[in-house]
Ligand binder design. Structure first.
Ligand code: IPE
Ligand code: IPE
Ligand code: MG
Length: 238
């Protein structure tokens, strides 16, 4: 995967969009449509994830966040969870090896305690080794927006706080190093956020597309970004 600073401009020319987030949904249905097992959809989804991230880098987006595995996804059949964990491990392992080529800073959002020690170790290694890069890829893995807020509150209590500000909460979220998302895109045709970036999306723009995740291509991303650039964000003002 390559995510270089070579903005092709035109789309997102004035860099209005600096943080895009994706709810990568529809892998299972994509596979089912082809008479294939759901796992095949996840493999294709993982391949497309790399193309999408590369394209976002090409059009000058500084931060990309992807929803890879939610706190609720543990409720899936054991073999699907195992397949997803295996795919994530393979991806993270290859990202460690391709660090220099990609020049991306990786940050994982979500509690790591529930993950296997091997996976956790790889994730921590990738975070540590990629710290020097500025283009950021946040991967939400075992992530839930509610869990994140509870985790932030507990951290604040441990620090001895008895009263908190919005800034305190923001600075204790898994996303503390990133600005709030400008745009949240959900593929797969459902109109919900499924516990994603609840706090951070207070003023995000949303875009919902019927396209299933493995089919989301550069052309559609450009159209989505162009649509975003025409929107008037008022943030409660006029
Ligand atoms: C998104 O695709 C990937 C994950 C949630 C891990 P799904 O697996 O939810 O695919 P659909 O929504 O069932 O088609
Ligand atoms: C959202 O997709 C989570 C991820 C993309 C990782 P889901 O498929 O889990 O969402 P629901 O269950 O349809 O809300
Ligand atoms: Mg789904």
């Amino acid at each position: 995967m390559i995510f270089k600073k070579k903005s092709k401009v035109a789309v997102n020319a004035d860099k209005k969009l600096s943080h895009i987030a994706f709810i990568m949904d529809g892998n299972g249905r994509w596979a089912k449509k082809r008479g294939m097992p759901r796992e095949y959809g996840h493999v294709k989804g993982a391949e497309n994830f790399q193309r999408v991230v590369r394209h976002c880098g090409d059009i000058g987006i500084n931060t990309v966040t992807v929803y890879a595995f939610s706190t609720e996804n543990w409720n899936r059949p054991e073999n699907e969870v195992a397949q997803l964990m295996k795919l994530l491990y393979q991806y993270i392992d290859s990202a460690v090896r391709e660090l220099e080529k990609n020049e991306i800073r990786f940050i994982f959002l979500g509690g790591k305690e529930k993950l296997s020690p091997e996976l956790r170790e790889r994730m921590e290694e990738l975070e540590r080794l990629s710290e020097k890069y500025s283009l950021t890829l946040n991967i939400a893995l075992n992530y839930g927006g509610r869990d994140e807020i509870v985790h932030a509150c507990n951290s604040l209590i441990k620090e001895g706080k008895t009263e908190v500000t919005e800034q305190d909460i923001s600075s204790h979220l898994y996303t503390k190093q990133s600005p709030d998302p400008d745009l949240v895109v959900r593929t797969g045709g459902d109109f919900r956020i499924s516990n994603f970036l609840l706090w951070q999306s207070a003023y995000a723009e949303y875009y919902f597309t019927k396209t299933l995740w493995p089919d989301l291509d550069s052309k559609e991303i450009d159209a989505i970004v162009e649509n975003f650039c025409t929107r008037h964000r008022r943030f409660g003002g006029l």
